[in-house]
Every structure is written in C-alpha cells, then in structure tokens.
Write a protein that binds this ligand. Structure first.
Ligand code: ZN
Length: 293
C-alpha cells in the first residue's frame, strides 16, 4: 500500500518491494510473517509502529527496546507506548515488549568503536560513544533475530533535513552526516526495512498531526534529546542543543517542542564524561544565579 503525509506519498509494506528482501519469511500475501520492531522511545519508531498496527494488524509484531543505562528514561517511554497500543489495538497481533540493557559509555567497547570509525566510510564522522551505541544495539538485534524464523527487522529511522534547512536552522554542525542524503536510498536491504529512510521529520510530525491518538497519547511521552544527565538536569528537561532537539523543534514547532528560551546550564565540572556513574548534582544558572531546578 501507499501512505501520504506532509504532501509526500511513499510505499508502506508493498509486496512488490518485499521481493527485494533476503532471508525473510513471507506469507501468502507477500508480506513478512514476523516483524521485529526496534523502539527507541522517540517519535519516529512509535509512529511507524502505529501505522503498522493500523494497516497490518495480522502480522506478528515483536517490539523490543534497548535501555541506555546512561539515559534510562527512553526505554520507559517505549514500554509505555506498547502498553497504550495494546489497548488501542486489542485485535492486533502485538506481542509484549522485550527490554535489553546497554552502556554506551563503557570503555571496554571503545576500541571496537574506534576501529569502525577508522575503517568504514559511513561511520567516519561518528563519536566513539555514538558508535558504541550503534554497535551494541546491532549486536542485541542480531542475537534476538536468531530466536525467530527469518523475521523482518524494522525501524523508523528518518533522514536529516536538507543541508540548507540545517544551515538556516543553525544546527548543521551538530548533525550526523551519515543521515543527510539527496539521493533515494533503498528502504529494504537484506532483512532490514526502513520505510522512512527517504523522508524527514516533518513527514513524521504530520503522522502525529493527522492522528489524535498519536498527538494526545504518545507524543507527550516521546524522547529525542541525547543530552547527558548534566545538560538535561538529570533528565527533567531537554538540552536544547543536541541535533535531536533542533530537528524535533524544526519539525514540530516551538509550541510542541520549545527549546529557544530554556534556562542556561553551567558547564559540567572537569572530567565529567556523561556517564551516570560519575553524575554530580546538576546546577542551573538562571538570571545569573546558580539554582537547582
Ligand atoms: Zn537535546
């Protein structure tokens, strides 16, 4: 079938496209029988799953989330979404969520991550911690796939805004270049399906604007900020300075994602690496005074 949001029409679980998949078990209708859905707690994956349950309730949906031990709240959002969606779609074949933990600031993974950054063109601009996160989630997903009979691996990753839009918004310097592209990328490669890889966050935002359940029940709990405990005052606010904050504000607007007049936070003490294990008490500077929110 096809779906249209933000004036853009894209295929969504098209049986013709599914013929491009490799080693995925397809049913008589040409669609995968089991789909592993990666949920981050963010708005992309939640909206992708909502459309899946709306249009294809009979497929067996297998949600999972990877809990970042340095930002544990994101997984809580993912868990909440499945609870809400199981109630919203009682007839759908949506299984309970599986939760796995990882620590992307554990130095024992840094050497592997640095190797990938040094040897793979598409990872060359990543930070070590960002690369560890990609590696660990990939390992978790690969081992999870072994538990099932040739499932499809599915996520809601969208592409970056265009370079010009990021320049105009003042956030090109914090963007991940690997997600910026003008050419059309294949949405189905081997066992992986990424239907939103060629559309940006304004497409995602329109899914929320078009479906009241998404805007009212899911949106307020979606996470996108990757700021550390320090810069988010122990996850009680967004940082307003990471790529994900800028992108979300660009797509949803100031009212739904305000970042422009946040109280300033003083620099973290020397040696602070963003790990919760070394978390000092966050301080906020407001009107020139240091306060705790
Ligand atoms: Zn942020």
């Amino acid at each position: 079938m096809e779906i249209t949001y933000n004036g853009i029409t894209i295929p969504f679980f098209d049986p013709e496209e599914c013929k491009n998949l490799d080693n995925v078990k397809l049913g008589d209708n040409g669609l995968p029988e089991q789909v592993l859905v990666s949920l981050s707690g963010g708005c992309d994956s939640a909206s992708a799953l909502y459309l899946c349950l709306t249009h294809f309730p009979d497929i067996e949906w297998l949600p999972y989330t990877c809990r970042d031990l340095n930002a544990p709240g994101d997984a809580d959002s993912a868990i909440m979404f499945i609870d809400k969606m199981q109630k919203e779609f009682p007839h759908a074949n949506l299984q309970d969520i599986q939760v796995f933990e990882f620590d992307d600031k554990d130095p024992k993974y840094f050497a592997d991550a640095q190797y990938c950054i040094d040897h793979y063109e598409r990872y060359k601009d990543m930070t070590v911690v960002g690369m560890v996160k990609v590696l660990l989630i990939d390992r978790i997903t690969t081992s999870l796939m072994q538990k099932y009979d040739r499932p499809l691996r599915f996520d809601g990753m969208s592409k970056n805004p265009s370079e010009q839009e990021m320049i105009d918004g003042g956030f090109l310097d914090v963007s991940e270049p690997r997600r910026t592209h003008d050419e059309t990328w294949p949405t189905m490669v081997r066992q992986i399906y990424q239907p939103f890889i060629n559309v940006d966050k304004k497409f995602i935002a329109d899914i929320y604007f078009q479906h009241p359940f998404m805007l009212k029940e899911i949106y307020p709990h979606t996470k996108s900020c990757t700021g550390t405990a320090w810069w988010t005052n122990n996850f009680t606010r967004v940082c307003g300075k990471c790529f994900w904050c800028y992108e979300r504000n660009w797509a949803f607007g100031d009212e739904l994602y305000p970042i422009k007049n946040l109280p300033l936070i003083d620099k973290p003490p020397k040696g602070y690496k963003g790990s919760l294990k070394t978390l000092p008490i966050p301080k906020v500077v407001k009107d020139g005074k240091i306060i705790n929110l």
